[in-house]
Design a protein around this ligand. Structure first.
Ligand SMILES: Cc1ncc(COP(=O)(O)O)c(C=O)c1O
Length: 464
């Protein structure tokens, strides 16, 4: 349907280049224009209401109308709307937030660096590691191992860490020196009869073989989200990370935890690292750091990494890295307020309770559905994978875009959903969601799934 002339939708088609969009299809279909938000809900420009089952992009942790965050931003803008942190300049929000993050870190951390997005934070961490290894006299040690289906962002180096084809194809990526090992997804990747424990052991051995094949003196770091988000919400076996971390220690390879989605209680603990048994050397976070009201990301580094950076900077006279908006006072003030709200609300206890409810309800409602292969997740993050053949764990033909069709039907039924690789539907609602809202959200998802089942059966695409 062609939108009315001069409508927001028509002007969007005329002028906007959207992230993650099929632009030719967009010229025909136009945008979904979201006008306002309240609690866990958003409203489009026609006034239709939707529950946000993914908190936007796994990020609007405190929902869409937190007045305290608005006030924190306004107060900071009145006091000091901008200052930078170059050449040892500082300001209170930057210092307070740094201290708060170090106090909350899952392993001993020394310093915090701020950027504006998860991608920039990951790029910054890569540059820190390269810089450090040059500074301490091991210039060979630069290669990085990440995982297939991992998602770390889209700037050149972060996209090279990312292990998803859509982020590489036509972009001439990944850059040299970035390697990808297997996805720790037992459901698809285990050998017949292989236990989770054996699967974890095999994947840790794969990492060791990779390090040995490349040469331990050339491998600098291993990069992982505690739970893979955009790759389809993939939880590794319980012993996967401890086994891998033991291998990394043996060869002096750093562990970088990308907590951009998992950080700040998403998995039921403050950090995904705590849920999955990781003691990172570097931790990257963003999104729920400021409840996503303003852009800010952070990289926390251990004393060892800091010492390497300090060494190089004193030789050269500066550490030639930093963004105009690194530690910008307004997003930093909002992040401080966000962390205070998490503490005051005891949001961890809330997430544990409603997360258990969401996990149980998802399994009760959908695990037996003929089109659902696996329901997985913990805390307030979950994946529901749609399959063409439940018995054989066989996905639909990607060309059928089954997950995208479910998202579209979800919109009709009042829920915004996110379809990912292998038609895995991601659930990661605002952390403030209640049990009743979870039930309402899943009622809507159920109605959309029933309608999709009927459509696919009619088109002879459905299983059975
Ligand atoms: C785990 C992870 N890392 C990094 C990023 C990139 O963050 P940004 O989109 O802010 O660059 C994302 C974004 O979803 C993410 O999920």
């Amino acid at each position: 349907m062609t939108p009315p002339r001069n409508s927001t939708a028509a002007r969007d088609i005329a002028y906007a280049l959207h992230p993650y969009t099929d632009h030719k299809a967009h010229l025909q279909n136009g945008p979904m224009v979201i006008s306002r938000g309240k609690g866990v809900r958003v409203y489009d420009d026609q006034g239709k209401e939707y529950i946000e089952s993914v908190a936007g992009l796994w990020c609007a942790s405190l929902g869409f109308d937190n007045e305290r965050l608005v006030q924190a931003a306004a107060a900071q803008m009145r006091k000091l709307p901008f200052y930078h942190a170059f050449t040892a300049k500082s300001h209170e929000p930057l210092v307070d937030l740094s201290e708060m993050l170090i106090e909350r870190a899952p392993s001993p951390m020394s310093k915090v660096f701020f950027a504006n997005s998860g991608s920039e934070a990951n790029d910054s961490a890569i540059k820190m590691i390269w810089y450090m290894n040059n500074a301490i006299g091991r210039p060979e040690k630069k290669k990085i191992i990440a995982r297939l289906k991992g998602y770390h962002g889209i700037t050149l180096a972060a996209a090279s860490l990312t292990g998803l084809p859509a982020n590489h194809k036509l972009f001439d990526l990944p850059l040299p020196g970035f390697h990808h090992v297997s996805t720790p997804h037992h459901y698809h990747n285990a050998k017949p009869g292989e236990s989770e424990e054996d699967f974890a052991t095999r994947l840790a051995e794969e990492v060791e073989q990779k390090i040995l094949a490349e040469g331990p003196e050339t491998v600098a770091a291993f990069w992982a989200e505690p739970i893979m988000g955009a790759g389809g919400v993939i939880l590794p076996p319980a012993t996967y990370f401890p086994k891998i971390q033991a291998v990394l220690k043996k060869y002096d390879v750093l562990f970088v935890a990308d907590e951009v989605i998992c950080g700040f209680w998403r998995t039921g603990n403050y950090w995904g690292s705590q849920t999955l048994g990781i003691q990172p050397d570097i931790l990257v976070c963003a999104k729920a750091l400021s409840a996503s009201y303003l852009p800010i990301s952070a990289v926390m580094v251990s004393e060892q990494v800091f010492q390497g950076i300090a060494e190089g900077s004193s030789t050269i006279g500066t550490w030639g890295h930093g963004f105009t908006y690194s530690g910008h006072p307004v997003p930093a003030a909002v992040a401080i307020e966000t962390l205070k709200i998490y503490d005051e609300m005891d949001i961890g206890t809330h997430v544990k309770r409603v997360g258990a409810h969401m996990q149980k309800a998802l399994r009760e409602r959908f695990a037996e559905h003929p089109m659902v292969g696996e329901v997985r997740g913990t805390g307030l993050i979950a994946g529901v994978e749609l399959v063409a053949d439940k018995g054989a764990a066989k996905n639909f033909d990607p060309a059928k875009k089954v997950g995208a069709r479910l998202s579209k039907l979800g919109e009709k039924h009042g829920v915004i959903m996110r379809a990912m690789v292998n038609d895995s539907m991601g659930f990661s609602p605002p952390l403030i969601i209640s049990e009743a809202e979870i039930d309402e959200m899943l009622d809507r998802v159920g109605r959309a799934l029933d309608e999709l089942s009927v459509e696919l059966r009619r088109e002879a695409i459905a299983p059975v």
